[in-house]
Design a protein. Structure first.
Lengths: 115, 117
């Protein structure tokens, strides 16, 4: 059983909808991440949060809006998405962002389809 | 910029055969970390191993072994006596050591391993 959970596991939305993805880690980690995995591209880092503070935004369009209320929870708010945003969105956490505790543990992902 | 190349997109083997997955990386950093992850059909990436750039010892864990060759910038992964449950996509990844900015993983394109009974 993974220590990182994601909900929902599957989401279908129209381009005008607003939805949110949720990630929760039960590992006592301090850093959390959002990744996008689409069919034709390698895994892409989207955002990094360390102790609730955003430390990385990998040139992600503003229609993706992350929120990290505490070190255990991470959200990805979605609005006016495009069909090309359809992908598997993976959340990960790590104890730290550097040094010997930097291995990331992933959740099962949310499979997003934008119609 | 960092880059990770997994030249093999798909490998198909029969159960009990050995399979080696290649990973070649590029980085300007002298300190970095290399990882292997397994992604079964369920979608979740499962952490397998981390190796730092100063540790070139090879490692064996059960049927898995890793060969880190800094001279050739390679970090290859071998599954010995493969089993059907090993069928998955395997990703090699490289992490920069960035102070304060976060732990940025650059992933290779993945190698799909299909183990047939």
């Amino acid at each position: 059983e993974t220590g990182v959970t994601q909900t929902p596991r599957h989401l279908v939305m129209g381009m005008t909808n607003k939805k949110s993805l949720k990630c929760e880690q039960h590992l006592g980690h301090n850093a959390m991440y959002w990744y996008k995995q689409s069919a034709k591209k390698p895994l892409e880092l989207m955002f990094v949060y360390n102790f609730k503070e955003q430390t990385e935004n990998n040139s992600v369009p503003s229609r993706f809006s992350p929120e990290c209320p505490n070190s255990s929870h991470l959200f990805l708010h979605l609005h006016t998405l495009q069909p090309e945003d359809s992908a598997l969105y993976l959340c990960a956490s790590s104890r730290s962002t550097s040094g010997i505790d930097n291995e990331q543990f992933f959740g099962p992902g949310t499979r997003l389809t934008v119609l | 910029a960092q880059k990770v190349t997994q030249a093999q997109t798909e490998i198909s083997v029969v159960e009990k055969e050995d399979v080696t997955l290649d990973c070649v990386y590029e980085t300007r950093d002298t300190t970095y970390y290399l990882f292997w992850y397994k992604q079964p059909p369920s979608g979740e990436l499962v952490f397998l191993i981390r190796r730092n750039s100063f540790d070139e010892q090879n490692e064996i864990s059960g049927r898995y072994s890793w060969n880190f060759q800094k001279s050739t910038s390679s970090f290859n992964f071998t599954i010995t006596a493969s089993q059907v449950v090993d069928s998955a996509v395997y990703f090699c990844a490289l992490s920069e050591v960035i102070k304060a900015a976060g732990n940025k993983l650059t992933f290779g394109g993945g190698t799909r391993v299909l183990v047939k009974p």
